[in-house]
Design a protein around this ligand. Structure first.
Ligand code: HEC
Ligand code: HEC
Length: 450
């Protein structure tokens, strides 16, 4: 009796010490429902919690066109794709591609450029349409036009006889309001990725990525970092975010989404997204310069940095364990890295020095001609893509029932996504095709458990 009591006292004291200062960092969440990507890491100080909540309301905000009674939430457009971050990243989840040409792009966008590079190494924007097609315009400002996807279907037969239908998107434009696009226009249709765990990816040290790049890899697998222009630092840095690791930091990604996707200016992108010749766009009312003050940008950034990642589920299930072994055997783990350590991260200490399981190396890989967009993005070629993180992917359809896979959302399931792998991942794809139906199911069970 006495022993139990003193043990309790010791435990309570220990807990009190931890809670008062050294509470262990918790970067995963057990929430596995529609809110799986909206949870915060812990511990957060009272001030950090406050920033998280302010950032959350801005990321959820539906912005309105200026001039408006409520200036705080005005500034959308004059050219834009959607009116809120979560219009594309619903519940912080991934987007999807339209299923037919008459459906609009609700959670994706089309990047545009001309051949060559600007002095910063960026793709060359089209003089009128810029680097992204904006499908909507404020009253009096012509929307740029519409992008449509239709599909070419093929069928692959797997060992055991299962046939899987794959669809390859073909992009077309209509209603182009600022003149026709030239024949050499380069396009890249991209769905919104999920945005949980962004801070942990940013907390990986540059040196770690350079070491991963230098590490010998099996078979044909290579992998290299992208080098992109940082608008904030005014220098070349390693890229991490976007489907081609084409953006340096969460802050720059947020500022560029505010400008490019919603037409909201910030100190990083002071001119929004009107081209020189889009006079209607240039003359449209604005709600302030910049429309998003630096404090608000920092809050939106902090919110995303602090988003936790879902804990893997069913890890004791023997089927999931067999699938994990097959994931390594098929060399998936050579790109989708199951373990990385984060470095120091002063911006949010809880993220520093953590062993994480992102299932990405953040490196670019040649994925073959079928996935190529033929649009270089900084150092990334038209065939290279950044390995996307797989953590939380098993909950993708719980969070967004329409969720698509791969950069353009062509894959409707994880199996389809795997069957598109080519280039450096050609052998992995072949191994999955040759697995027995039972083994393939275990592999999918494992990915669904993440
Ligand atoms: C029109 C749809 C759309 C809207 C609106 C949108 N995004 Fe995105 N988001 C995307 C797409 C598409 C990408 C991938 C971009 C690329 O590859 O260049 C992306 C990428 C990101 C990424 C990088 C994710 C990763 O894994 O690399 C973050 C972070 C992000 N968006 C945050 C935001 C925030 C914050 C907002 C609101 C300010 C926002 N997005 C608005 C479509 C959208
Ligand atoms: C050479 C590196 C490489 C290897 C090996 C590899 N992948 Fe990938 N994986 C990628 C890249 C890069 C993409 C993104 C391609 C795109 O979007 O066009 C991707 C995409 C995916 C996706 C879709 C992710 C998303 O966010 O939409 C899944 C699922 C996936 N891989 C699973 C696997 C599995 C399972 C294996 C092993 C059978 C594997 N990968 C082997 C690099 C690789």
């Amino acid at each position: 009796m006495h022993g139990i009591l003193s043990l309790t006292v010791v435990l309570v004291t220990l807990f009190a010490i931890q809670a008062s200062g050294n509470e262990p960092a918790q970067v995963m969440t057990n929430v596995a429902n529609r809110e799986a990507y909206t949870q915060a890491v812990s511990p957060l100080s009272t001030e950090e919690r406050q920033q998280f909540l302010q950032g959350r309301s801005l990321v959820r905000q539906s912005w309105i066109i200026s001039p408006a009674m409520d200036n705080d939430i005005a500034g959308l457009g004059p050219l834009y794709n959607r009116n809120a971050c979560i219009a594309c990243h619903a519940k912080n989840g991934r987007g999807f591609a339209p299923n037919a040409p008459e459906e609009s792009m609700r959670a994706m966008l089309v990047r545009l450029s001309l051949p060559g590079k600007t002095h910063t190494g960026a793709p060359v924007p089209h003089p009128a349409y810029g680097d992204q097609l904006q499908e909507f315009g404020a009253p009096g400002v012509k929307a740029e036009g519409r992008a449509h996807l239709h599909y070419e279907e093929t069928e692959v037969t797997l060992d055991g006889g299962e046939a899987v239908r794959l669809r390859k998107p073909i992009l077309e434009f209509s209603g182009l309001a600022y003149g026709p696009l030239p024949a050499n226009i380069q396009t890249s249709a991209r769905i919104a990725p999920a945005i949980h765990g962004m801070g942990l990816l940013e907390a990986i040290a540059d040196d770690t990525l350079l070491a991963l790049q230098a590490m010998p890899k099996p078979g044909k697998i290579k992998g290299r970092v992208n080098r992109v222009w940082s608008v904030e630092k005014q220098q070349q840095v390693i890229g991490r975010f976007g489907w081609k690791a084409n953006v340096a930091t969460v802050r720059e990604q947020t500022a560029s989404a505010l400008a490019g996707d919603m037409g909201l200016s910030s100190h990083l992108f002071p001119h929004g997204n009107c081209a020189e010749c889009q006079t209607g766009c240039r003359q449209a009312p604005v709600s302030g310069r910049p429309e998003i003050p630096a404090t608000q940008l920092a809050q939106m950034e902090f919110y995303q940095l602090a988003l936790a990642v879902p804990s893997p589920r069913r890890q004791d299930d023997p089927r999931v364990q067999r699938g994990a072994a097959l994931f390594r055997q098929a060399q998936c783990a050579a790109c989708h890295l199951p373990e990385i350590r984060t470095g120091e991260f002063p911006r949010l200490a809880a993220l520093g020095n953590q062993a994480i399981a992102p299932y990405t190396d953040l490196l670019l890989h040649d994925m073959g001609p079928e996935l190529a967009d033929h649009r270089p993005d900084f150092a990334a070629s038209g065939r290279e893509w950044r390995t996307p993180p797989l953590w939380g992917i098993g909950l993708a359809k719980q969070v967004e029932p329409n969720a698509g896979f791969l950069h353009d959302g062509r894959a409707r399931s994880i199996l389809e996504a795997i069957l598109w792998h080519g280039g450096e991942a050609q052998e992995s794809r072949a191994m999955v095709q040759q697995m027995s139906p039972q083994e393939r199911q275990w592999l999918l069970d494992f990915i669904e458990s993440l």
